[in-house]
Write a protein that binds this ligand. Sequence first.
Ligand code: AMP
Length: 213
Amino acid sequence: MITLALSKGRIFDETLPLLAAAGIEVSEDPEKSRKLIIGTSRPDVRVVLVRASDVPTYVQYGGADLGVTGLDVLLEHGNQGLYQPLDLRIAACRLSVAVRADYDYASAVRQGSRIKVATKYVGLARDFFATKGVHVDLIKLYGSMELAPLTGLADAIVDLVSTGNTLKANQLFEVERIMDISARLVVNQAALKLKQAPIRRIIDAFASAIPSA
Ligand code: AMP
């Protein structure tokens, strides 16, 4: 049995064409079912639905053989024990810094200054500001990051931006792009050895169906 970990929403939806290329069709729509384990058209392949931030953990500890996860989640998790064969180029977005219009970011990030940053990505934010020599007070949030500068909780946020509509709707401005993000295929290294042929076939089929840049 091959177990693939996916999260509901964008990653699930955008992985479907890649699965189709591997001859795998999921037998249920996760938006219409509460099932956490979904069968597929292939009796030897199943999908487990987990929180986006839990995909690397499932694959690392062998709860799943493979998974699809955002680079943001992967870097924040640390990729110990995970083989990363493919950039799937799906769920593309960027990790950026955003502030209120009345906040002078350029002056605030001068060497040696101190700023308050709210984010879900404390590790990535810490590394980014460290390279700039900026002291950063990090405030960990789990969602609705945009509220933090608006309520005075923080000077800036570090969050994913896709269309920019969420920032715009909350009168925030993207002042710096930290990195481009897309979803990656991750594979448990022990599973790759033990189930080499079927896992290789899935990797190759996914590789053939990656959207062009
Ligand atoms: P947008 O309004 O299109 O810029 O999207 C921004 C919102 O969607 C923010 O709340 C982000 O955290 C979230 N978001 C954007 N792209 C992604 C992605 N690829 N994966 C997960 N969340 C995302």
